[in-house]
Every structure is written in C-alpha cells, then in structure tokens.
Design a protein around this ligand. Structure first.
Ligand code: GTP
Ligand code: MG
Length: 335
C-alpha cells in the first residue's frame, strides 16, 4: 500500500468553504417538506390511536435528527406494551388499516431482521417505514440530535460525508459498506477528538437524561443549550475539517487495533472490547461502537472485500482534497 501521510493541508483549502456550504444548503430539506412529514405523522397517529389507544408513534432516524436530505423517507416507530411476542400480527393488522385508508405501496415485511411496514402517502408524496418497539433507535436519534445543537459544523460535515458516501456507493449496508448512522457517529467522534475539541462527550458528563431500555441504561447530559459555545475555541473551517476527516480515515486510523467510541469521546482498543477475532459474521474490520448497545459494532457489515473498497474511497477522497485543482467535482463524482 502506497501510504501518503499528509500532515499539512494544502494552503488554499479555504477556497472550498463556499462550495461545501452551497452543497449543504442545497441538500437541506425545505420547511414545506418538514411540514408534510408532520402532516403524515399526524395522519398515522390518528389511524393508530383508533385501533390502539395506548400506542405511541415516534419519529426516528435522519428525519428526526437533522441529518436528512431533501426528499428523504421517514422512519417511524410504533410503541406499545405487550406486543413484543406478536409483532408480526400487529404489523399485519397495521398494514390492513393503512391500506383501508388509501395509503399506497403498503407492505408488511414481517420476516426482516427489523420487521417493518412500508408505505407511501399519495397526498404528501412521502414514503415511510414503521417498525415496532425499537426505543433504542428513538433514543440514539435523540443523542445525535442533541449533538447537532452544540456546533453547526457537525451537521455540515455529516452532510458532506453522507453526500460523498451516497455518490460513491459506500452507504449500502447490504453491500458491506456503512450506514448513514455509522457515518454520523464517525463525524461526532472526529469532532470530539479535535484539539481544541469541537464537541464534548455527553455520555461522560453528569447525566440529566436517563432511560433504561431492554436492560440498557441510556444516560447522558442533554441540556445542550448550555453548551452552545463549546466549540468556539476551535476555529477550523468546514473545508479544513472535511480534509482532516478524510485524511484521518485514509492514513491515520489504526484499523488493526482501534474502535471509534462516541460514548467515551475517544478511541478504545479492540482488545479491551474483545473485538479482536471474527465471531460468526462479526469481523470487526472497522470498528464503530454503538453509543448505547456497547456490544454492537456498526462496522459489523464490513467484510474483507468491502473494507478494501471503503479504504480506497477514503484514500481517493483524501488525495482529491489535497491535490485536485477543482476537488468538489471529483469528490462527489458518481462511481
Ligand atoms: P438516511 O436514511 O440515509 O438519511 O439516514 P438515517 O439517519 O435515517 O440512517 P439509517 O437509515 O442508517 O438509520 C436510521 C436509524 O436507525 C438511525 O438513526 C438509528 O437510530 C437506527 N439505526 C440504524 N442502524 C442501527 C443499528 O445498527 N443499531 C441501532 N441500534 N440503531 C440503528
Ligand atoms: Mg433513514
């Protein structure tokens, strides 16, 4: 492997700030799209409460944590007691109710790893997935959303990284590359580790929020309005951060030994987590610890082929950012 460890960023890097911010602005959903999402959620709440008065619906995923692009689908979680044993039955019943109300493309995928009902609302044109009793996803969505409020550079960086990953075809978990959720965790951990830090480690502070779900304690400091100038001592621009993010993943991350941990605000060793060897399908070739489900490696989908694809893409991006006269064209070039 031809390793080029740049430690010095090109001196005209800041010429890219305006371009990155323009891309970010274009990707942000319009207020009217967010209003339509709300409208659809209200409709779903009405239909659900007729059948199950005690049930609740929560939005989760990117539509609820500010990492969604324009025209995204919504992810919804139906929460009700007692339904854990007969999830399939509830989802099939829900599918029937949605169909009867003229929602389109309704499909109950009861045998998927995470069983869901898919739907499309012809009035708003929005599609969505509804899963059941997945409160951990609702809470990790809140954690990401709370980090967003601390420093705007998180949302900007994650948009650029997600847009790059989607353009380059490396945001496909079924092909062994990483989920959007994994990329956002990589961005948060990266900003926690800048010096001075741009993000704190909320799970390392005295907690003001605590919820126990499936025996997992989810506790952290969530009064983020008190942290809104946390990152102000660090003046790095978005272009410098994008450059440094890709250089980190191309040349500096220790893939053999390290685990990215948002929970700790640093990296941990694979040995400490006992993630040193393959167990079943968990190969741990790139390790990203879930902030709450600590035994859960979001890199578990990556195999010996896709790790090469990923690392080559990180290196390609790093080289373009360092040497290309017009980096934005190449960086987001469809693969
Ligand atoms: P886009 O759909 O690409 O815009 O991104 P997204 O933020 O919706 O991400 P993604 O589809 O990867 O995941 C949706 C949500 O599911 C995340 O925000 C998490 O809350 C949750 N999630 C995804 N993957 C996992 C996982 O492996 N474990 C857990 N606990 N939650 C996950
Ligand atoms: Mg999603």
């Amino acid at each position: 492997r031809n390793v080029k460890r740049q430690t010095m960023c090109r001196n005209d890097i800041n010429m890219l700030n305006a371009e990155f911010l323009a891309i970010y602005d274009l990707l942000i959903p319009l207020d009217e799209e967010k209003a339509k999402q709300k409208q659809l959620l209200t409709l779903l709440e009405k239909l659900v409460s007729k059948e199950w008065p005690d049930a609740q619906l929560h939005l989760y995923g990117s539509c609820a944590n500010s990492f969604d692009f324009s025209k995204s689908d919504i992810d919804v979680c139906l929460v009700m007691e007692a339904a854990n044993s007969d999830k399939s039955e509830v989802l099939l019943k829900l599918a029937g109710i949605l169909q009867a109300d003229n929602l389109q493309n309704v499909q109950a995928l009861t045998r998927a790893r995470v069983p869901i009902v898919k739907l499309m609302d012809p009035v708003t044109g929005i599609s969505g997935d509804i899963c059941m009793n997945n409160m951990l996803a609702v809470v990790n969505t809140k954690l990401l959303q709370d980090y967003v409020h601390i420093d705007v550079r998180l949302r900007q960086l994650a948009f650029i990284v997600k847009h790059w990953a989607k353009s380059r075809g490396v945001n496909e978990t079924y092909q062994g590359t990483l989920s959007s959720y994994a990329y956002v965790l990589m961005c948060i951990n990266f900003l926690q580790q800048r010096r001075p830090a741009i993000l704190p480690c909320l799970q390392g502070m005295d907690f003001t929020y605590c919820l126990t779900i499936d025996n997992v304690e989810c506790a952290y400091f969530d009064q983020v309005e008190k942290l809104c100038d946390f990152g102000s001592r660090n003046r790095e621009s978005i272009a410098q951060l994008v450059w440094a993010f890709f250089h980190y993943w191309a040349y500096f991350h220790d893939y053999a030994n390290d685990v990215i941990s948002v929970r700790s605000g640093c990296t941990l060793s694979k040995r400490a987590k006992d993630w040193t060897k393959r167990i079943g399908n968990d190969r741990h070739l790139i390790c990203i610890e879930d902030p709450f489900e600590l035994s859960h490696d979001l890199g578990r989908v990556v195999d010996k082929y896709s790790i090469r694809v990923l690392r080559e893409e990180f290196e390609r991006a790093a080289e373009i950012l360092q040497y290309d006269p017009n980096p934005c064209v190449k960086l987001f070039e469809p693969y």
